[in-house]
Design a protein around this ligand. Structure first.
Ligand SMILES: Cc1cc2nc3c(=O)[nH]c(=O)nc-3n(C[C@H](O)[C@H](O)[C@H](O)COP(=O)(O)OP(=O)(O)OC[C@H]3O[C@@H](n4cnc5c(N)ncnc54)[C@H](O)[C@@H]3O)c2cc1C
Length: 301
């Protein structure tokens, strides 16, 4: 079998993996067929070794955080998925917190709160990992990752060098980072620069943000969050709503009635249902308003 050596290697190193894992179980959209192998490293050294092994053996792979901005095809992924879920430690260092890539964003917010550190309350409730947060320059309530990221430890998967990049080197702009252009970079951990504040004030902000989220987002259906990036002047959700597309359905994929920027998996949607609905939205909005929406969700080929 194609993966015999890899399986022997993982067993020998006692690294947990799953064969033919349904990717729908790895992503929040609940869509996607089997991936050949999903590997769950628990230590940074293991990631480096696994990446070296895969490169030496010319095996195709991708990294996945919490899978809340990603969708896999119905026929799955022919390759290895490296899940960062088990690399989830969070440490404190003066007024900063250092989060390993797989740490849950909300867990980082709660950790900051317990240490009376303010600045990341805006992200409370974003369901991704810190790796995804840094990669996507995740944003909410007029704040973004770029407001709190101080430096990121990176593994170059070609040279296997590990080094830090500072904020400016992240090349942040709206929903954009260096990691989208430079696919050789794996985010190991990131340091978030916060500030001491009153614990009760932090708590109130977090709760306010969470309740705004619950009011405005269709959290009762599987989705991958906002499908499109925000166009220059305005909001994708407003354009989609104005185009009369709220509730528009293809197969099991529906434009949310609650938030037109979300496509929800309302009834066993397939990858092709989502693609068809995305194409229809882009065409309608372009025809009506002359604006070409750009996808934020990552569609794995
Ligand atoms: C209900 C809901 C609400 C949401 N609300 C928001 C919101 O308010 N604001 C917002 O910005 N987003 C929101 N999102 C989208 C999503 O949660 C964020 O973009 C989040 O930051 C993605 O993190 P993730 O770990 O799930 O990323 P994934 O989907 O796992 O990965 C996204 C990309 O990052 C790459 N990646 C992940 N980890 C690493 C790593 N360690 N090194 C290198 N590359 C890596 C992956 O390869 C992939 O290309 C929402 C999603 C849902 C489902």
């Amino acid at each position: 079998m194609k993966y015999n050596d890899l399986i022997t290697y993982l067993n020998c190193k006692d690294i947990y993996f799953e064969l033919n894992k349904m990717t729908k179980e790895l992503v929040s959209f609940n869509i996607g067929g089997p991936a050949d192998i999903v590997i769950y490293p628990t230590k940074v050294e293991e990631i480096i070794e696994i990446v070296q092994f895969l490169a030496n053996n010319k095996i195709k792979y991708i990294f996945l955080g919490n899978g809340t901005n990603t969708i896999f095809p119905d026929n799955g992924y022919s390759g290895v998925v490296i899940s960062t879920k088990k690399l989830n430690s969070i440490f404190i260092c003066n007024d900063s917190i250092i989060c390993l890539c797989g740490a849950n964003i909300s867990d980082c917010c709660v950790f900051a709160y317990h240490n009376c550190l303010s600045g990341i309350e805006f992200a409370y409730g974003i369901p991704g990992s810190i790796g995804g947060f840094v990669y996507m320059n995740a944003s909410a309530f007029n704040h973004s990752a770029s407001d709190v990221v101080y430096k990121t430890k990176v593994l170059d998967i070609l040279s296997f060098d590990v080094f830090d990049i500072i904020l400016d080197e992240h090349q942040y702009s709206a929903k954009h980072s260096i990691f989208m252009n430079n696919k050789n970079y794996f985010i190991i951990s990131t340091e978030l620069k916060l500030r001491k504040s009153n614990k009760n004030d932090i708590y109130i902000k977090m709760q306010e943000n969470m309740s705004k989220r619950k009011k405005s987002q269709p959290l009762d259906y599987p989705s991958a969050g906002s499908v499109f990036k925000r166009p220059q002047n305005g909001y994708a959700s407003k354009l989609i709503d104005d185009a009369g597309l709220k509730g528009k359905r293809i197969g099991g994929a529906t434009v949310s009635e609650k938030h037109a920027g979300f496509i929800v998996n309302s009834n066993n949607a397939t990858f092709s249902d989502v693609i068809a609905l995305v194409d229809l939205i882009k065409m309608d909005v372009k025809n009506k308003y002359g604006i070409l929406l750009e996808e934020e969700i990552i569609f794995i080929e």
